[in-house]
Design a protein around this ligand. Structure first.
Ligand code: AHG
Ligand code: MN
Ligand code: MN
Length: 333
């Protein structure tokens, strides 16, 4: 048989880190377990009355869906049980969440999650996702963990990844040595390596942005959006507009096919909408690991932003490197 499961792959890759003691491997395995549980819940969502609003509003003022809560609690459970993580930060919680497992306090790692990305698509059976990122804590293991342990720039990331609950469930992650994708085989309940060493094309024909907001975009970006629609056979224009509204799904498609994802500042969201810690940094890391680029739209690398607040938002332009350069060229003009 020639399959490689996620668990086998993680163990094989441990040799890339000669001083590793296996904690990161166990942590990644725990994330895989949480992902399988959430995938199960997502798949039968319509049958078990977990669709719809939870009735509360999160720290960002957004309606919380029942699956947001299930995703969040599943991760807290899996990472508490594992003991490698001392604290988590989640899009769904105001403050960091110190974990209270038997070994958590001496855990070396902190984890940030967007447990359910694309919540607005849950009720209509459209792809959604989970995003995670892992940092080494700054404080001494055994001491009390603080927000400082979590508020670290993306250039200090140890690993990040996402799970996309689409026509199949896939887990894609990187520990800084390339990007690998695994597809869940429901018949054996395992993520199996299906997309080894993903490289994103240098250029593509897809642009992804909520063009309904374009009236609020900068002149430069409006000009770019006019440019992508011009006919130019040699350059393969007009481009195709593709926007699902679940960043994970939009990202996954563009990663494989080549494309650019843009969430710029708007009147409603003057710093952009997407969250630095929970969405932008983890995806920027994967983009770079796959050979692409992720910036704030002004040449500044997302991974070099020093975070100030847990729920901080930033604008983002990300994807195929030549396409990101092109967007920036227009934005600069
Ligand atoms: P979340 O469901 O975690 O709140 O994230 C939704 C995000 C992201 O997935 C998506 O790219 C973006 O919001 C869509 O926003 P617009 O509806 O403003 O385009
Ligand atoms: Mn999200
Ligand atoms: Mn979310």
């Amino acid at each position: 048989m020639s399959i490689t499961t996620l668990g086998q792959f993680i163990i094989e890759k441990q040799k890339d880190f000669p001083f590793a003691k296996g904690e990161l491997s166990r942590l990644l395995r725990d994330i895989g377990i949480a992902a399988k549980i959430i995938s199960r819940e997502v798949n039968k969502a319509g049958l078990t009355q977990i669709l719809g609003d939870h009735g509360s509003v999160n720290v960002q003022g957004e309606d919380v869906k029942k699956l947001d809560i299930i995703g969040n609690e599943t991760f807290i459970w899996a990472l508490t049980k594992g003991g490698e993580v001392c604290a988590m930060a989640s899009e769904e919680n105001d403050e960091i969440i110190p974990l209270d497992g038997v070994y958590s306090k001496s855990g070396k790692y902190v984890v940030c999650i967007d447990p359910l990305d694309g919540s607005s698509n849950i009720d209509v059976n459209v792809s959604i996702g989970t995003i995670f990122s892992i940092y080494r804590r700054i404080s001494e293991p055994g001491t009390d963990v603080t927000e400082k342990d979590v508020l670290q720039a993306g250039n200090r990331l140890v690993a990040s990844g996402y799970v996309v609950y689409g026509t199949s469930t896939m887990l894609v992650y990187s520990t800084g040595k390339g990007v690998n994708g695994f597809t869940l085989d429901p018949s054996i309940g395992e993520f199996c390596l299906s997309h080894p060493d993903i490289k994103t094309p240098k250029t593509g024909k897809i642009y992804s942005t909520n063009e309904g907001n374009a009236g609020e975009y900068s002149e430069g970006l409006k000009n770019y959006l006019a440019w992508v629609k011009e006919t130019n056979k040699e350059e393969g224009r007009p481009y195709s507009a593709r926007y699902i509204g679940s960043m994970v799904a939009d990202f996954h498609r563009n990663l494989l096919k080549g494309g650019v994802f843009i969430y710029p500042p708007t009147a409603k969201a003057p710093n952009g909408k997407l969250r630095l810690m929970f969405e932008c940094i983890p995806m920027a890391f994967l983009t770079e690991q796959a050979g692409g680029k992720a910036t704030l739209g002004n040449g500044f690398r997302v991974l070099d932003v020093e975070p100030e607040k847990l729920h901080q938002r930033v604008p983002i332009v990300m994807g195929s490197s030549e396409m990101v350069d092109k967007v920036e060229e227009f934005m600069k003009a």
